[in-house]
Design a protein around this ligand. Structure first.
Ligand SMILES: Cc1ncc(COP(=O)(O)O)c(C=O)c1O
Length: 506
């Protein structure tokens, strides 16, 4: 039987992939099209070589220095490699699909800066847009044409959005969306799902995924009892529990906040119709839905997971970047981050005009930001979204499918138990008997995975030059800059990594 690797390296592989690949390269190399993610740029090699020759820094040494002056040596917890152990490589540069550490080691990147690098790192068009913006001044604290253009582009893609406000981080976006929902409804209570991560603002840290899950924390110290009292946490996917909460406290609930597709407790495929059902329930009680697309937005389709949900046969079908159709539910507020800033600090909340107009200066809900809508960040975001054509989404889906199949094949052939979940082109794998038996549909199940197996898998892949998320609770991020050669190298690295994972379980 042909393996995914055979199919991949051989021109008899499924025609759709070949066709998409050729089409992708043709478009990316066209004179007026974008430059290919895989196109050689000799100056980068020269730069890398020059740096290599001067190389004196070691990650371990700089990590020690870092720990003296920065808590844990990092500015965001998962970067410290706490759950997988070892020293995090300190990154010096990243081009296209490759990150390079200070010791000159190169890795094929499946983290993508945790999402923003949709078209690969340092795409020349994005870099040029930022350079051009920088030459005109770094920040004005005044309105710019760029932020209007980016707002128009988002609204063109996500039909449910009438107005949008730019902020600097995903945390700020969800925090503001919650304040707005409370202001709009005059109610205090927020419902969230266990294992969903929405940033680190006080009301959202109860049973959060991502770094909170990685560190095995129940929440965070420093959150007041008053704040916790106003947050109700429900198991993801449990409609009966959600209905009960609404029956008991429906008139106090301002909003449900949900990840459009959870990807911070590992990836969870939303049960069929779940997103629609929570909208119907919330609206029946006069509550709003905040659809957090910080991670999924502009990544799983041109219109995020909301656009992906509109596609016929979704949950398994490929996504063709379709923006024409809309699903049969309409979130009241969306939040975005990551891809929308193309690697710069930019995020947003958007939604219905009547709700958005409650924000200052038009309405009574206050929000502001010195660097909100920063001209460099909006330039990077707009350049990235312009590059994110339907063809890019097809490519992401195809590459993601090939890698997912490769992971399944390697695990099956070694007899290692696992569950692999996807949500569009996002996916992650949980090792262990329990996830294999029950599947992983919520936070409790995600926590039952064998974390030592992931650690062994992760370090074997890292040694092979594949840079995966240093936590089993994070998604793998594909970019359109991943070349066929990158994919072949990833597939080649899998068998040894899977054996290492298996040795922890069996
Ligand atoms: C779904 C989701 N919401 C919000 C956030 C917070 O975004 P930021 O890290 O930019 O504050 C994240 C970050 O990973 C996220 O994945």
């Amino acid at each position: 039987m042909a393996t995914e690797r055979d199919r991949y390296s051989n021109f008899d592989r499924p025609p759709t992939f070949d066709e998409l690949d050729a089409e992708f390269n043709a478009e990316m190399l066209s004179p007026d099209g974008a430059l290919s993610g895989g196109l050689a740029r000799p100056w980068q090699d020269e730069l890398a070589q020059a740096r290599e020759e001067q190389q004196t820094i070691r990650s371990a040494e700089v990590f020690e220095r870092a720990q003296e002056v920065i808590p844990g040596g990092v500015n965001s917890p998962v970067r410290a490699y706490g759950s997988v152990g070892g020293t995090p490589p300190f990154i010096e540069s990243a081009f296209e699909s490759i990150v390079r550490d200070v010791e000159g080691r190169r890795y094929i990147d499946l983290v993508g800066s945790w999402g923003p690098a949709l078209v690969g790192h340092a795409h020349p068009e994005v870099v040029e847009a930022v350079q051009r913006a920088a030459e005109s001044g770094l920040s004005f604290g005044a309105p710019t044409v760029g932020e209007v253009e980016l707002a128009e582009e988002v609204i063109r893609r996500v039909k449910a959005i009438e107005k949008i406000r730019f902020v600097s981080t995903g945390t700020e976006a969800t925090m503001t969306a919650i304040r707005l929902a409370r202001g709009a409804t005059g109610r205090d209570v927020l419902v969230k799902f266990a294992g969903c991560y929405h940033g680190h603002s006080d009301s959202l840290l109860a049973e959060a995924g991502s770094g909170v899950a990685t560190a095995g924390l129940p929440g965070s110290a420093g959150v007041t009892r008053g704040t916790s009292k106003d947050t109700i946490v429900v198991p993801y996917g449990d409609l009966a529990a959600l209905e009960e909460v609404f029956e008991q406290r429906g008139d106090e609930i301002a909003a449900i906040i949900t990840e459009a597709a959870p990807a911070n407790m590992g990836v969870i495929t939303p049960p069929h119709g779940f997103n629609q059902a929570i909208h119907e329930l919330a609206h029946r009680y006069g509550a709003l839905v905040i659809f957090d697309e910080v991670l999924t937005g502009f990544r799983v389709s041109a219109a995020g997971f909301w656009g992906y949900d509109a596609l016929p046969g979704v949950n398994g079908s490929l996504n063709y970047g379709n923006t024409r159709q809309v699903p049969n539910y309409t979130p009241d507020l969306f939040t975005f981050g990551k891809v929308i800033g193309g690697g710069m600090p930019l995020a947003a909340l958007g939604g219905r005009r009547d709700i958005m107009d409650l924000l200052a200066p038009l309405g009574p809900v206050y929000q502001a930001g010195t660097l909100s809508g920063n001209p460099l960040a909006t330039a990077a975001g707009l350049a990235t979204l312009k590059l994110a054509t339907p063809l890019v989404y097809e490519r992401l889906d195809s590459v993601s499918e090939v890698i997912q199949n490769g992971v399944r094949e390697a695990l099956d052939s070694e007899g290692v138990p696992y569950a692999l979940n996807n949500a569009g082109n996002l996916f992650s794998v949980c090792f262990g008997e329990e996830p294999a038996e029950t599947g992983v549909t919520n936070y409790e199940q995600a926590k039952s995975q064998n974390k030592e197996a992931y650690t062994a898998f992760f370090h074997t892949m890292l040694a092979e030059g594949i840079y995966l998320p240093p936590s089993p609770f994070e998604a793998w991020f594909i970019s359109s800059a991943h070349t066929n050669e990158d994919i072949a190298r990833i597939l080649d690295a899998l068998p040894a990594a899977v054996r290492a994972a298996g040795a922890e379980i069996m």
